[in-house]
Design a protein around this ligand. Structure first.
Ligand SMILES: Cc1cc2nc3c(=O)[nH]c(=O)nc-3n(C[C@H](O)[C@H](O)[C@H](O)COP(=O)(O)OP(=O)(O)OC[C@H]3O[C@@H](n4cnc5c(N)ncnc54)[C@H](O)[C@@H]3O)c2cc1C
Length: 422
């Protein structure tokens, strides 16, 4: 009987024909050549059915090696996770230029969906890629290194082929000094651009029904890292950040009408914290509370206004939302399907705790984001289709032309790709 595959959030399931775990590119190529329909899966950290298939699922946990490091370029097998990669780059005096807020994702999975961190002058992870090795539908390994093939390969949604290796442009290893502190939301939004520009990385969280934001401001520095002791890290990351949130979320699911008061209570508990550590350790937060998420990329200059509209929507409709809204920014890039393609971008992410109704909330937020030409994160929930997405991406037709060349028979297609790419 087919084994069921489930994503991290445990809300996407599929029953692949079989699951293969190749140990290298040649074996991957044989699997692809012999399969009718194939989907390569990363760590299952997408909230959509983007990685689901009823064909052959290929999982690359055995393809997780660093293959070569030349100067500041590292070539890695596609299945290596960001968590595995960070220390191995650090041993060689290198680091990724920027990362998202967790690190279990595979490198190929992260770049395929335009996974991003935050920072007004830093681009998303796919922009750090200089070359890509890909097994095409015919089972042939090719390298994408320039032109539209590279620009399409940056953010490919898994639609072009099975990525076997990725070359990343890294930077010298660095330390991050991060300060987390509660501040009045009105001040933060009034000074949003100033805060983004004054810090290497800036992001904020705000609980609905409150007017206090938790801001995370980071500077890159040459100072020596001071990792927290195991006990302090456990108390801060496991007990305070995750256990308190889990308890509040469970209580909110049971007593939704108490959510506004509980959000105010959790906000009152927020306090100042400092981190001074190697970049890969500061970026990666622990997330054990399971939730689902939608995130939209909109022009950066509209972020404060759009966030206020989302907060007002929740209050007006009395939506039961006990999870904070997250706001981040990135620099423009050139990936044809990158959510930050060609514009300084602000991201607004909304979440809902597992087991709670999210669709009416997410659809209402999406309607707001539509007014800003919003582009949904490819790995997070949304209700768009190829028809609504095409006008939001100037490079859409160029991506489709590359796809037609590399996968004319749609061997790498699944339900999600049929919906979003047509
Ligand atoms: C707790 C949590 C925190 C998150 N934080 C962030 C964040 O800070 N920033 C952000 O932008 N996103 C974030 N995400 C979303 C996440 O980064 C993306 O969904 C990412 O794509 C997940 O990577 P993965 O390895 O799990 O890939 P999957 O979800 O398994 O796959 C994603 C896509 O990549 C394709 N793919 C994977 N490997 C290959 C390959 N070798 N060849 C071809 N295609 C491939 C799959 O087919 C699929 O289309 C978060 C998700 C969770 C659950």
């Amino acid at each position: 009987m087919a084994r069921t595959w489930t994503n991290w959030a445990r809300d996407q399931r599929c029953a692949p024909e079989r699951i293969e775990r190749p140990a290298g590119e040649a074996e991957l190529a044989r699997i692809v050549a012999g399969a009718g329909r194939v989907k390569v899966v990363g760590s299952g950290h997408s909230f959509t059915d983007i990685a689901c298939t009823d064909g052959v699922m290929v999982e690359l946990s055995r393809m997780n090696r660093v293959l070569a490091v030349e100067g500041n370029e590292a070539t890695v097998e596609a299945g290596i996770t960001l968590h595995e990669l960070g220390p191995q780059l650090a041993e060689r005096g290198l680091a990724m230029e920027n990362q998202g807020d967790v690190d279990p994702q595979t490198v190929a999975g992260a770049i395929s969906t335009a996974t991003h961190g935050t920072g007004g002058s830093f681009r998303n992870l796919s922009a750090q890629m200089t070359r890509l090795r890909l097994v095409t539908a015919a089972g042939e390994a090719i390298e994408l290194r320039e032109g539209d093939e590279l620009l399409a390969g940056r953010v490919s949604l898994g639609a072009l082929g099975a990525v076997s290796a990725v070359t990343l442009r890294c930077v010298p290893a660095f330390t991050i000094h991060r300060v987390d502190e509660p501040r009045p939301l009105d001040d933060v939004l009034a000074r949003f651009d100033e805060l983004v520009d004054a810090n290497d990385h800036f992001e904020l969280f705000v609980f609905p029904y409150t007017r206090t934001a938790l801001t995370l401001t980071s500077q890159r520095t040459g100072r020596e890292p001071r990792p927290p002791g195991a006990l302090r890290a456990f108390v801060r990351d496991v007990l305070l950040e995750n256990a308190v949130l889990e308890l509040a979320c469970r209580a909110g699911r049971r007593f939704p009408s108490a959510i506004p008061a509980m959000n105010r209570g959790v906000t009152a508990l927020m306090s100042r914290a400092e981190h001074l550590d190697a970049s890969h350790r500061v970026y990666a937060n622990r997330r054990s509370v399971r939730f689902t998420e939608m995130e939209y990329a909109i022009p950066r200059e509209r972020v404060a206004e759009a966030l206020e509209r989302v907060m007002a929507l929740i209050e007006r409709r009395r939506l039961a939302v006990g999870f904070p809204i997250e706001v981040r920014v990135v620099a423009p890039d050139d990936g044809l399907l990158s959510t930050a393609h060609g514009r300084p971008t602000g991201y607004i992410a909304v979440h809902q705790y597992r087991g709670m109704e999210f669709e009416s909330y997410f659809r209402a937020v999406e309607a707001i984001m539509d007014e800003y030409g919003g582009r949904p994160h490819w790995g997070k929930r949304h209700y768009q289709s190829a028809a609504t997405l095409r006008p939001r991406y100037p490079g859409w037709d160029r991506f489709q032309a590359v796809r037609d060349r590399l996968d004319p028979g749609r061997k790498f297609e699944n339900d999600y790709l049929r919906r979003v790419l047509g």
